[in-house]
Design a protein around this ligand. Structure first.
Ligand code: AKG
Length: 285
């Protein structure tokens, strides 16, 4: 079983904690050291080169129909599943410490993911609320740590947020990107763009956002990939008195869903989840 590396403590100030709860996001200039970022970048590029997870629905194109071999906006679920050495880096332990300060002692790691915008990619990540992908019968207070492995700028697609958009409990109306049920990404229909705040970051810094905070990332007009490594932390979700309906999730027919539904993918994902939960129950931090 993998044991996470011991970590230096990052203590948020009271102002930072208040800012996160009031605004729905927070910017930290440093989550991990640059040498960790360099080591992580090597692993990351290897994983994207091999399209790890393609056969079980864990690697897909977020922003198009995903019909060819070269996704325009490649996303990988659970990169640490394919490269367990990621758990020896400080990303997860450092983020977990901060997550507990924001979510309380029940906070636990849910998953990691990675979204890479290739050089010159015109693909934007549409405005959305992460909870719009989840079960509409529950309220989620999950948080995402978004860590760039090179500078994140307006030119290569840093994250942008709509402050306070997490305060309203109901998820806003969304649709599948381009109204196309074959595309994974969802897009919000009500965004006040005048309120958008762009958050450029140095490598190894991070933005932290709530599952209801509206966010977006623009295209990458540079000649280098924009690599983002993302960690999600959860507290047990609350069952809503009245479930919402997310019509954008009905009739979804993406390549990811089709791949995910094959017998071998189901088996491999089930085994992965069993191993992950066993780690949680039997003491892996
Ligand atoms: O990296 C991106 O383009 C989008 C990231 C995102 O939507 C998220 O971290 O929730």
């Amino acid at each position: 079983m993998i044991k996470l590396a011991d970590q230096p403590t990052i203590q948020l100030t009271r102002d930072q904690i208040e800012f996160y709860h009031n605004e729905g996001y927070l910017v930290l200039d440093k989550l991990v050291d640059e040498d960790e970022v360099d080591r992580m970048r090597e692993v990351y590029d290897r994983l994207f080169e091999s399209q790890a997870g393609r056969n079980n629905g864990g690697f897909f194109d977020l922003g198009s129909r995903d019909e060819g071999d070269k996704p325009a906006l490649p996303q990988m679920m659970n990169p640490s599943r394919y490269a367990p050495e990621i758990e020896q880096f400080t990303f997860r332990a450092a983020a977990a410490q901060i997550a507990r300060q924001l979510q309380g002692p029940l906070s636990y790691f849910r998953q990691d993911l990675a979204i890479c915008k290739p050089p010159g990619s015109k693909a934007h990540t549409p405005w959305h609320q992460d909870a719009g992908y989840n079960d509409p019968a529950f309220d989620y207070d999950n948080i995402n740590f978004w860590v760039p492995l090179q500078p994140a700028t307006l030119e290569n697609g840093c994250l942008q947020f709509i402050p306070k958009s997490h305060l309203q409990k109901d998820i806003l109306p969304h649709h599948r990107m381009n109204h196309d049920p074959k595309i994974e990404a969802i897009e919000c229909e009500q965004v006040d763009l005048d309120k958008a705040v762009a958050c450029p970051l140095p490598p190894g810094g991070c933005t932290i956002h709530h599952a209801r905070t509206l966010h977006y990332a623009g295209p990458n007009s540079t000649d280098q990939p924009r690599r983002a490594y993302i960690l999600e932390f959860e507290v047990p979700p609350h069952k809503r008195d009245k479930p919402q309906d997310f019509p954008w999730n009905h009739g979804r027919d993406t390549r990811r869903i089709r791949t995910y539904s094959t017998f071998s993918a189901k088996l491999s994902n089930k085994l992965f989840n069993l191993r992950k939960n066993a780690g949680k129950w039997f003491g892996a931090k």
